[in-house]
Design a protein around this ligand. Structure first.
Ligand SMILES: Cc1cc2nc3c(=O)[nH]c(=O)nc-3n(C[C@H](O)[C@H](O)[C@H](O)COP(=O)(O)OP(=O)(O)OC[C@H]3O[C@@H](n4cnc5c(N)ncnc54)[C@H](O)[C@@H]3O)c2cc1C
Length: 555
């Protein structure tokens, strides 16, 4: 029985204190905080965990320097506090990073003024990062020759945090944490409807993977459906003070644009005076984002979006050749669920980019529903804590919050891992020169679960081999993913547990015989079906991948 099957079984049979609808960051932290405080909780998502907005972010853990433009000081203060708390709790997963902003004649601020702003930001951020600095044009030319300084007046450098892996994996770490403390969790389970009677909810659910329908019961519900919270509430006739509007944002992933040593986020003002970034992602750069009002959560990257970002970059960077569509390795696209009061009308006359990024939580005490509107990855600990408080107020008894439901393992556990890895010379297994040491990678990705990987490699050194030439994944990681990471479809692994789909060219994926082994480890006898699903049909499986599949035993 797979991990998912076991959890589906629990959904069918147990009565939960809380059923959480939506496994993006808000649903994941709700599950982790409630389970960590002793509630019997279930979390479901109709796609994979983090399949929607929470896989489309900029991967930044930040106080929102740009929100100072709207004088949102309390929001910036709160987000900086959350940023500091997260960076402290996840020292290996969230790293401090410099934001290197170049200002030219067309920028809305002069460097001295931006320098004052960055000092204010640092102070509001309670000195939680390195001190900002003002940059001369000479500094910029020397430190990052890829920036075009022909029109530059100077710049600033200030600091925030970045998720070293990716947003979706960070979300999954909370789901995994919730499972470890007793939660039931299942991806590809949709809530179709729910009814309340006798003080409990009966939800009609559908296993999206098989089409099976079944029911689950719970005393309370957390609606964490992100851009779909209003739709879910409408379903059971619940009216709220707030509602969601959507702002679309895209990113383009291209080969690294900056020099290797310059591991910083580049920041520029675009032609409309809005900040956009070039964000490092391993050997790649991520360009974005945009901020466009849309009326639907279902969006895609358009030709205009691409042209806009490429033009902005080519006008501000001194690249060997102008960046073109052919350089794009992958795209990310999502909608920010922004919160507005229903009483504020349709907001058509409002400057969309100035709408607040605050979250709101509303509780319907009569019906036992908590709804989370909006939010940011950066604010996730607060959201988890606030939801737990609301659930407790609905009568679910919780243990005191010892703040153990988030964060990396203790320093002493980390030291022991590094000691064991050193004794077995783990880093010498690394075959690619320009990748990080394996010890750092395994510890960051798996924490305590990485100890079992050391043992597996000691027993069988082939477990430390790279499984796909173009991706940084060891065989042992695949075996662990198959057992513990609820990978239901191949895309879950390629796009969310790992970021292979984002950083490896499509052609390299299609040419990879190793992908067949990936699928066989993850799905055993179901590998070919899952490969066909990933490539869009049985006939679409590339020859190189098909050739890697193990021959089927004649019966
Ligand atoms: C372009 C962009 C850049 C961003 N950059 C940053 C950043 O750098 N830093 C930061 O802190 N924040 C950033 N954000 C904001 C952040 O990503 C979002 O606020 C956050 O991911 C929202 O999470 P969520 O859980 O509310 O929604 P989602 O991640 O969308 O999760 C909701 C889930 O509910 C599920 N669902 C819906 N209906 C049902 C149903 N009936 N049954 C079961 N499941 C259901 C969906 O499948 C979905 O997975 C960015 C957002 C965007 C769009």
């Amino acid at each position: 029985m797979t991990l998912r099957d076991r959890h589906l079984q629990r959904l069918r049979t147990e009565t939960f204190d809380t059923l959480i609808v939506g496994g993006g960051i808000n649903g994941a932290v709700a599950a982790a905080s409630l389970a960590g405080r002793g509630a019997n909780v279930a979390v479901i998502d109709r796609g994979d965990f983090a399949n929607f907005t929470s896989q489309a972010s900029s991967n930044l853990v930040w106080g929102g320097f740009k929100y100072l433009e709207n004088y949102e000081l309390p929001l910036v203060f709160k987000l900086c506090r959350s940023r500091n708390q997260l960076m402290k709790a996840y020292p290996d997963n969230i790293k401090q990073i410099g934001f290197y902003a170049t200002l030219d004649q067309t920028s809305p601020y002069k460097p001295w003024f931006a320098g004052l702003g960055s000092l204010g930001y640092w102070i509001i951020g309670m000195f939680g990062t390195k001190r900002p600095r003002v940059l001369s044009t000479d500094h910029i030319e020397r430190e990052e020759p890829a920036i075009d300084t022909s029109n530059a007046l100077g710049g600033i450098e200030y600091y925030d945090g970045i998720l070293v892996d990716n947003d979706a994996r960070f979300v999954f770490s909370f789901v995994r944490g919730a499972i470890d403390t007793g939660a039931a969790a299942a991806n590809y389970v949709e809530m179709l409807s729910a009814e309340r009677s006798g003080g409990r909810w009966t939800a009609r659910l559908r296993d999206v993977d098989t089409g099976d329908e079944f029911t689950a019961t719970a005393r309370t519900i957390v609606n964490a459906a992100g851009p779909f919270v209003d739709e879910v509430n409408n379903e059971w006739g619940l009216t709220t003070e707030h509602r969601i509007v959507y702002s679309k944002g895209i990113h383009l992933i291209v080969p690294r644009l900056t020099t290797t040593e310059h591991h910083k986020v580049l920041a520029f003002f675009d032609d409309s005076g809005r900040l956009f970034y070039v964000i490092p992602m391993g050997r790649r750069s991520v360009i974005g984002t945009t901020d466009t009002r849309v009326d639907t959560p279902f969006t895609e990257v358009t030709d205009d979006d691409i042209d806009f970002l490429l033009d902005q970059i080519n006008a501000r960077m001194d690249l060997d050749a102008p960046l073109s569509r052919a350089d794009i390795i992958a795209e990310r696209c999502g909608v920010r669920p922004l919160v507005v009061k229903r009483s504020s009308g349709d907001q058509s006359d409002v400057d969309w980019t100035k709408l607040s990024r605050k979250h709101a939580i509303e509780t319907d005490h009569a019906r036992g529903v908590v709804t989370v509107f909006g939010g940011k990855l950066t604010d996730c600990i607060n959201v988890g804590e606030e939801i737990a408080d609301e659930i407790e107020a609905l009568g679910v008894p919780l243990e005191p919050d010892l703040h153990t439901w988030y964060g990396e393992p203790a320093e002493a556990t980390r030291d022991e891992f590094y000691r064991q890895a050193r004794l077995m010379h783990l880093d010498q297994y690394r075959t690619k020169a320009d990748t990080e040491p394996l010890t750092d990678r395994l510890w960051r990705r798996y924490g305590r679960r990485a100890f079992a990987m050391l043992e597996a490699i000691r027993e069988d050194p082939t477990m430390a081999e790279d499984i796909m030439g173009s991706a940084d994944y060891l065989r042992v990681e695949l075996h662990a993913a198959a057992r513990t990471e609820m990978v239901t479809r191949l895309e879950d692994f390629m796009r969310r547990r790992s970021k292979i789909d984002l950083v490896v060219h499509d052609d390299d994926i299609r040419d990879s015989a190793g992908l067949a082994e990936v699928a066989e480890i993850l799905f055993a006898a179901d590998a070919e079906r899952r490969l066909a699903e990933y490539f869009g049909g049985p006939d679409e499986i590339p020859a190189a991948v098909r050739a890697g599949l193990s021959p089927v035993d004649p019966i």
